[in-house]
Design a protein around this ligand. Structure first.
Ligand SMILES: [Zn+2]
Length: 348
C-alpha cells in the first residue's frame, strides 16, 4: 500500500521506460505503466510490450476436459448428489440441503472455515463458458444468501462473507460441475480485512462511501465503464490484479444478505455478458468473488470481481509468475481501457 495515496482517491499512473539495444542492433524503448489502485493502494504493472505476444493455448477455445462427459463419476450430478454430498446439521436445515429453483446447496466436504458450503447452479454437469442459464446463476446466488442468513442467526460473529467461483481446474476448480463456494467466517481473509480497513478509513476521513466515490469518478471519466445490469455498474478495474479484470459495483449496498432477489437476477445477467466476452478471447476459466462484512456499521459496499485465468492446455504459461507470487504486483498486458472497449459490445 502506498501511504501517500491513502486519500482522497487518486487514479495514479506512472510511466517507466526500459531502454536497450534490440536484437536488430537498433536502440529500443519499451513502456511499462505502474498503476495504483485507488481503493487498496496496491500497485500493478501493465507491460505493454507483451500485448502482441500470443498466449499459448488461446488460438481457439480449449477442448472440454475428459471429466466433462463423466456424469456418473460426479458427486454433484443427480441422483448421486444425495448419496455423495454432505448434509447441513439438523436444526440448521432439516432437509439437509438448501434448494432454490434448480440450485442445491450443501456443506463443503473440504471446508475452509466453520461455515463453508457449495452452491450448485443446476444439474448440468459441464457448462461451457458463456452458455449458462442466467436464471441458474440467480438461483445459486439466492441460495447462498439463504445459507448466509441462517449462518448469521446461528453465529452472528461469522460476519466475513464471501461467494466465490473457480470455473474449471485452470482457475482452481476441483470438479468441472459448475458451482459457487460460499463462506461465512469469524476470521477475516487478508483481502477482506484489508478492504474493510480501507472502507472504514475512507468513510471516517471523507465522510463518504469508498466504492460509491470510486464509481462516481469512473462514471465521470467513462474510460473504463462497460455498462450496467439494473443497479449494478460494470467496469474494467483501473489497476487490475488479474487478466481482463472486470468489476460490478452495487453502490450504497453494504449487506450481502440484504440484496433483494431482483439484484441477483441483474447481477447474473451481467455475468453472462462477461462470460461471453471471456469466451470471445478463447478463455474458458475464471475466478469470481463477492465479499462483505455483514455488520450494520460496515462501510464496505458490494463489488463483484471477475478475472480470467490462463487456459489449461499442455505447457501453457501460468498467469502467476515470480512477479505476482514473490513481488506481489500483477503484471498484465492489456490496458484496462482496452478491456472495457472490447467488453462493451457484449452490453449492446
Ligand atoms: Zn456433475
Amino acid at each position: 500500500m502506498r501511504e501517500d495515496l491513502a486519500f482522497p482517491l487518486v487514479f495514479n499512473k506512472e510511466r517507466l521506460v526500459a531502454r536497450f539495444v534490440a536484437p536488430t542492433g537498433l536502440a529500443a524503448e519499451k513502456v511499462v505503466e505502474v498503476r495504483t489502485d485507488p481503493i487498496t493502494g496496491r500497485t500493478c504493472r501493465i507491460t505493454y510490450a507483451r500485448v502482441d505476444e500470443k498466449e499459448t493455448g488461446t488460438a481457439s477455445l480449449p477442448v472440454p476436459p475428459p471429466t466433462a462427459v463423466d456424469r456418473a463419476g460426479c458427486p454433484f450430478c443427480r441422483p448421486q448428489i444425495n448419496r455423495l454430498t454432505p448434509q447441513l446439521p439438523k436444526g440448521f436445515a432439516d432437509a439437509g440441503r438448501l434448494v432454490c429453483g434448480n440450485s442445491v446447496l450443501f456443506p463443503n466436504l473440504f471446508p475452509y472455515g466453520s461455515f463453508s458450503a457449495v452452491s450448485l447452479f443446476d444439474d448440468r454437469h459441464f457448462v461451457e463458458i458463456g452458455t449458462a442459464d442466467a436464471t441458474s446463476y440467480a438461483d445459486s446466488f439466492i441460495n447462498c444468501r439463504q445459507y448466509l442468513k441462517r449462518v448469521l442467526v446461528m453465529e452472528p460473529k461469522a460476519q466475513y462473507l464471501a461467494v466465490t467461483q473457480n470455473h474449471l481446474p485452470s482457475a482452481g476448480g476441483s470438479l468441472v460441475h459448475p458451482h459457487l463456494q460460499v463462506h461465512a467466517d469469524l476470521v477475516a481473509p487478508n483481502h477482506l480485512r484489508f478492504l474493510q480497513a480501507r472502507a472504514d478509513a475512507y468513510s471516517q476521513n471523507q465522510g463518504r462511501l469508498l466504492m460509491s466515490e470510486y464509481l462516481k469518478r469512473e462514471i465521470a471519466s467513462q474510460e473504463r465503464i462497460i455498462g450496467s445490469s439494473g443497479d449494478w455498474h460494470w467496469l474494467a478495474a483501473f489497476a487490475p490484479e488479474g487478466f481482463y479484470e472486470i468489476w460490478a459495483i452495487l453502490p450504497g449496498a453494504t449487506s450481502l444478505i440484504g440484496v433483494p432477489t431482483a439484484r441477483w437476477t441483474e447481477l447474473s445477467s451481467g455475468l453472462m455478458r462477461v462470460q461471453r466476452f471471456f469466451r470471445s478471447l478463447n478463455r474458458n476459466g475464471y475466478n469470481l468473488g463477492l465479499v462483505a462484512v455483514e455488520t450494520p456499521e460496515s462501510r464496505l459496499e458490494l463489488r463483484l470481481r471477475v478475472v480470467v485465468r490462463a487456459n489449461h492446455a499442455p505447457w501453457t504459461r501460468n498467469d502467476h509468475t515470480g512477479y505476482e507470487v514473490i513481488l506481489g504486483d500483477m503484471a498484465t498486458f492489456t490496458a484496462p481501457e482496452e478491456t472495457a472497449a472490447m467488453a462493451r459490445r457484449f452490453w449492446e
